[in-house]
Write a protein that binds this ligand. Structure first.
Ligand SMILES: [Zn+2]
Length: 160
């Protein structure tokens, strides 16, 4: 049953991961140091000798889609991995929401392709909305005040 659920989740996330893999491929070509898989997540570590690697210096990582993550040079550390894996879970939940939305639009309109096209970007809208909401709530920092970042930074709180 666990395997079947994993296959279902990966299938639901496939449209977003396809876009994430395209983004990760571009990053790998422009500034990638190495491509690897960690905890089932496709990852690229940037090369500090490239323009992108230098621009990104000081940042830990960025999650592009449910299973695609970019790490800064030398940032493939436990705390950064834990942080980005929380974002992966958030993207997975958003992809499930996206699939549910698409099913609803399909039921209402009867057009599966239309439904899919309307909902495929929903995960990025959902994640972006967290930052917009932090801004609307007048959080001190839009980045750190977003609930998705509070959860991701919270993943490392109990390690000490
Ligand atoms: Zn984060």
């Amino acid at each position: 049953m666990k395997f079947i659920k994993r296959v279902v989740l990966r299938t639901v996330c496939f449209p977003q991961d396809l876009i994430g893999l395209i983004a990760l491929s571009v990053v790998c070509l422009v500034g990638g140091f190495r491509l690897f898989c960690i905890h089932g997540v496709f990852s690229v570590e940037l090369d500090v000798r490239t323009w992108l690697g230098r621009k990104y210096a000081g940042w830990g990582g960025t999650t592009f889609s449910p299973h695609c993550v970019m790490f800064g040079n030398g940032q493939v550390r436990d705390d950064v991995i834990k942080h980005e894996l929380v974002h992966c879970e958030q993207y997975e939940a958003a992809a499930v929401a996206s699939a549910a939305l698409a099913a609803g639009v399909w039921l209402v309109t009867g057009h599966a392709l239309y439904a899919a096209s309307q909902c495929v970007l929903a995960p990025w809208v959902i994640m972006g909305a967290a930052y917009a909401t932090a801004w609307l709530r007048n959080e001190e920092s839009v980045y750190r005040g977003a609930h998705i970042e509070e959860a991701a930074y919270g993943a490392n709180k109990h390690d000490h």
